[in-house]
Each structure stands twice: as structure tokens, then as C-alpha cells.
Design a protein around this ligand. Structure first.
Ligand code: ZN
Length: 242
């Protein structure tokens, strides 16, 4: 089975449509989603609808909970807060109901999915350093744990002796006795200097995982954001991938 693993769509429909097309071309069988459907961008309802209709597994992100009043928007910086309130005001009832029911963590076969960290999902903490990653390996039992939240793709492996290393490149082949903590990057607001949408594909028959980059019409999303009066800093960062 080939699983498309996505995170942090952030109401960016153009990025999501490009990813959808790429995953279809790659013959992906199912979708797992690691949270943050809404926030930042201009299309909260169609993005929520896509996740609701297409994702076999979906978990909550901090922006999702903030948009439906399950988290205080004051904990976000001013631009993020403004966009969350904008998203929240336009979210249709069915979409809010869907987001409200999202779980924090899901485990299926050899995969754990959580937005921020398996150690304490409700704290929305970031996994930035190798030490952060190492601590988190003892908080999931599966071979793979997929996260989002930082919008920066990275693959970290732990060998049978417990040694943790960053795996270079865009793909890995899982080794016997090794475990992997992987950030699949962001569909709708990448922050690793590459503006292309990012996601991952896990092939459970070959145990191969690949990070995929997909160009999309960034300017179209930016034009919508300007038209809707969303913060310009959020518009600009899309073309910079920051
Ligand atoms: Zn996010």
C-alpha cells in the first residue's frame, strides 16, 4: 500500500490541489493527515472538505483547534492570530463540527500520526533538535511516527542501539530494528526556503519513504490573500518558503 502523508495545509487550496494531483499520479492508495487544515490561508472550507473526504486518518493541529474556539488565539503571534480569526469567521458549521471531532494522535499498524510531538501532543511543542527527537522516540511504539507543525521536513532514524541520526536526502528504506520520526513538511506554507508544497509517500510493501516537492501556483494563492485583506507578511512568506 502507498500512503500519502500530508500536514499543515493551512487553507491553501492551490497547494492542496497540486499535491492531490501529484499523489494521484504516484498511485497513492490512501491519505494520512497530520493536522492544521486551516489558518493562514484563504480557503478554509474547501481544504477541510478535501481532508474530510479523502483522509483515512486525520489528527488535529493547533490552528484547527484555535479556529473552532478550543484554544485561545492569543497564544499565536499577531499575523497568525489575525488569520485564525479570519478563518474562524468563515468556517461553515459542518467544517467546524468536523474539526472539533479530530483526535490528537492516531496509531494504525506501524504508523503513529500526531501534529506536534508524540511526547505531549496537547502542548504543541516543536521538534527542532536531535535531542528533541531522541526524547520523543520513547513516546511512540510503532516503526514510524509522522509529525508536522514546524513546516520543515526532516527524517530522523533510531538504530537498534538507540543512536539517533538525521537521515540525509529525500528518501529512506526502513531497516530491520530501526525506527523513524519524520516531519513531512507543509503543504500550504513551507518554511525550509523552498516554496514548493511538501508531503511524503510511504510504501508499506517496500518500506520506502520519500519526501516529495510539488510546485503550485503560489501567485494565485497570494492574490486571493491580498483580496481578502490577510496580513501581507503571510502573503510574502509563501513565495520565499519562510
Ligand atoms: Zn502549521
Amino acid at each position: 500500500m502507498r500512503i500519502g502523508i500530508l500536514s499543515d495545509i493551512h487553507s491553501n487550496l492551490e497547494a492542496l490541489e497540486a499535491v492531490d494531483e501529484a499523489l494521484s499520479s504516484a498511485s497513492v492508495d490512501t491519505i494520512y493527515f497530520a493536522g492544521d487544515v486551516v489558518g493562514y490561508g484563504p480557503d478554509p472550507n474547501p481544504c477541510t472538505q478535501w481532508v474530510r473526504d479523502r483522509a483515512e486518518i486525520a489528527v488535529a493541529g493547533n490552528h484547527d483547534f484555535a479556529a473552532i474556539g478550543m484554544m485561545d488565539p492569543e497564544t499565536f503571534n499577531s499575523n497568525a492570530r489575525e488569520a485564525i480569526i479570519w478563518n474562524s469567521e468563515r468556517l461553515e458549521d459542518w467544517a467546524g463540527d468536523y474539526l472539533k471531532e479530530l483526535p490528537m494522535v492516531v496509531t494504525r499498524d506501524e504508523v503513529t500520526i500526531v501534529h506536534a510531538s508524540p511526547r505531549a501532543p496537547e502542548l504543541w511543542e516543536y521538534i527542532f533538535t536531535l535531542w528533541d527527537a531522541e526524547v520523543n522516540f520513547s513516546h511512540f511504539l510503532t516503526e514510524f511516527c509522522f509529525v508536522g507543525h514546524s513546516h520543515q521536513p526532516v527524517m530522523v532514524g533510531m538504530d537498534p542501539e538507540g543512536v539517533v541520526t538525521v537521515i540525509p536526502g529525500e528518501s529512506l528504506k526502513a531497516e530491520e530494528g530501526h525506527r523513524y520520526l519524520i516531519n513531512v513538511g507543509s503543504v500550504g506554507q513551507p518554511r525550509d526556503g523552498n516554496p514548493d508544497a511538501c508531503c511524503g509517500i510511504l510504501d508499506t510493501s517496500t518500506f520506502e519513504f520519500t519526501l516529495v516537492r510539488i510546485p503550485y501556483d503560489v501567485r494565485k494563492t497570494q492574490r486571493k490573500m491580498v483580496k481578502e485583506g490577510l496580513p501581507l507578511a503571510l502573503v510574502d512568506r509563501l513565495s520565499e518558503g519562510r
